[in-house]
Write a protein that binds this ligand. Structure first.
Ligand code: USQ
Length: 396
C-alpha cells in the first residue's frame, strides 16, 4: 500500500481527500493543528453543522470501514514536527497500529490559511497568513530534501495566482520570445489578495527546490470549489467535511445556496462580471488522485489548472435563482458594493486540459448537483446564522 501524507487533513478538502485515498487502499496519515476550526471560533463565522474532531472522525471511519487513517495533531510551522513525519520519530494522536508507515510516496499539502478575505482583515491576519503558509511550505521542502527526495509533493496552488490578465492563461508555463531568443518561464502571476500572494511564493519556493535538489512537484492551480458531500462523506453524517457559508471561509456557490435557503438576497459583489474557474469537491479528489497516480518526474515542477468550467458571479447567482425557484424558493439577487479590489468586467480564458489528459473525468454544475446541495442545506437550515453571511472585510 502506498503511504500518503495529507497535511491539513481536517479542512474542507483535507478530510474528504483522506477518506478518498483510504477507500482506495492507500495507507493514509493526516496532520492538522485545527487552524481552521480555531479561526472560525475566533472570528465567530458559524458552520452549517457541527463536525467531530479529526481523531473522532478517524475512529468513526475505522469502525465503519476497518481502514485506518493515522492522525497527528500538531503545528507544521514547527520544523521538528514536519521532519518527524519523514524521519519516523512521529508521535500519533490516534492510530490503530502505532508503527511508522514509512517515508510517504506522496504528500498532499493543504496545510495553509486558505481565505483571501482572512488575509486582509488587518495586519495581524496578514502576518498569520504569510507566516503559516510560507513556513509550512519551506519546512516541507527541506524535510523532503533531507529525508525523502523521491517523495512526490502535490501542493495546492490557486488560479488566483494568475489574476485576470488580458491574455489567455496557460497551464503554469509560457514560452517567451525576446529579442530573438526563447525561454520557458512560469506564467506571469499577479495575485488578487495577500493569501493569493503566499500561493505565488509557495510556487516559487518549490520551483527553487525542484531546480536545486531535483524534487518532484505537482502544483494544482485550483479555482473556487463547491459541494457539500463526496461518495465517502455521504455514508455517515459524522464524516462530513467542514462547511462554511460565511464571508471569510465560504466560497461563492456554497454561500449562494445557503443564502437562497435562508431567504437572504444573494450577495453579488459589484457588477458581478468577475469570472473564475470552478470545480466540484469530488473533482478536487479525482484531480489529486490522478496526480498521485502519475507522479511528476524528478526535477520537474508540473502545473495543472484545476478547474472544470468558468462562470461569472452573475451567472452563478442566476443559476441559483432559477434552481431555487424550481424548488419553491423566491431567491433575490442583490448587487452590493464590492468589498474587494478586483476587476468586475474582464477577459478570462484559461487552459485546463492537463488533468483530463491524465484521466480526470469532469463533473459539471448541473441543476441536479445544485438541487442536491439545496437539499442538504435545507436539512441544516436551523443552524444558519444570517449575521455571519456578510461582514464587509475591505481590501482597500
Ligand atoms: N463573490 C461574490 N459574492 C460573494 C462571494 C464572492 O460576488 O458573496 C465573488 C468574489 O468577489 C470573487 C469570486 O466571487 O470574484 C470568487 O470568490 P470566492 O470567495 O468564492 O473565492 P476566492 O476568495 O477567490 O477564494 C477561493 C478559495 C481559495 C482559492 C480560490 C481560487 O477560498 O482558497 O484559492 O477560491 S481562485 O478564486 O481561482 O483564486
Amino acid at each position: 500500500m502506498p503511504h500518503i501524507l495529507i497535511l491539513g487533513g481536517d479542512g474542507y478538502l483535507g478530510w474528504p481527500t483522506a477518506m478518498y485515498f483510504s477507500h482506495r487502499g492507500y495507507d493514509v496519515t493526516v496532520v492538522d493543528n485545527y487552524f481552521r476550526r480555531n479561526a472560525c471560533l475566533e472570528l465567530d463565522t458559524g458552520m452549517l453543522y457541527p463536525v467531530p474532531t479529526l481523531v473522532q472522525r478517524a475512529k468513526i471511519w475505522h469502525e465503519k470501514t476497518g481502514n485506518e487513517i493515522k492522525v497527528v495533531i500538531a503545528d507544521l510551522q514547527d520544523p521538528a514536527v514536519m521532519r518527524s513525519l519523514f524521519s519516523g520519530s512521529i508521535r500519533y494522536n490516534w492510530a490503530v497500529n502505532e508503527e511508522f508507515s514509512g517515508v510517504p510516496e506522496v504528500v498532499v499539502h493543504y496545510a495553509e490559511q486558505p481565505s483571501a478575505p482572512y488575509s486582509l482583515i488587518n495586519h495581524r491576519y496578514a502576518n498569520i497568513t504569510l507566516t503559516n503558509n510560507l513556513l509550512v511550505t519551506n519546512n516541507l521542502m527541506f524535510a523532503v530534501r533531507d529525508y525523502a527526495r523521491d517523495t512526490h509533493i502535490i501542493k495546492l496552488g490557486t488560479m488566483g495566482e494568475y489574476g485576470t490578465p488580458n491574455i489567455d492563461i496557460e497551464e503554469g508555463w509560457i514560452e517567451i520570445d525576446h529579442k530573438g531568443k526563447k525561454d520557458r518561464f512560469l506564467f506571469p502571476r499577479q495575485a488578487s489578495s495577500l493569501y493569493h500572494t503566499t500561493k505565488i511564493m509557495d510556487t516559487d519556493l518549490l520551483w527553487f527546490g525542484v531546480r536545486m535538489w531535483n524534487l518532484r512537484v505537482t502544483d494544482l492551480m485550483q479555482g473556487p470549489v463547491y459541494g457539500i458531500e463526496t461518495e465517502e462523506s455521504k455514508t455517515d453524517d459524522r464524516l462530513r467535511m467542514i462547511f462554511n457559508y460565511d464571508e471569510v471561509f465560504g466560497t461563492i456557490l456554497n454561500r449562494f445556496i445557503v443564502q437562497a435557503v435562508a431567504d437572504y438576497p444573494l450577495t453579488v459583489y459589484g457588477k458581478g462580471g468577475q469570472t473564475r474557474g470552478y470545480l466540484n469537491i469530488s473533482d478536487t479528489l479525482q484531480c489529486v488522485h490522478m496526480s498521485a497516480e502519475t507522479p511528476a518526474q524528478k526535477g520537474q515542477l508540473r502545473i495543472f489548472n484545476q478547474i472544470m468550467e468558468t462562470f461569472s458571479a452573475n451567472e452563478l447567482a442566476e443559476k441559483v435563482q432559477r434552481v431555487g425557484k424550481n424548488m419553491g424558493y423566491d431567491v433575490k439577487i442583490n448587487h452590493i458594493e464590492n468589498p474587494r479590489k478586483e476587476a468586475e468586467e474582464h477577459y478570462y480564458n484559461p487552459t485546463y486540459q492537463g488533468l483530463i489528459e491524465i484521466g480526470v473525468n469532469p463533473h459539471y454544475l448541473t441543476d441536479e448537483v445544485m438541487e442536491g446541495m439545496f437539499r442538504t442545506v435545507v436539512k441544516n437550515k436551523s443552524n444558519i446564522r444570517t449575521d455571519v453571511i456578510f461582514r464587509g472585510i475591505k481590501w482597500g
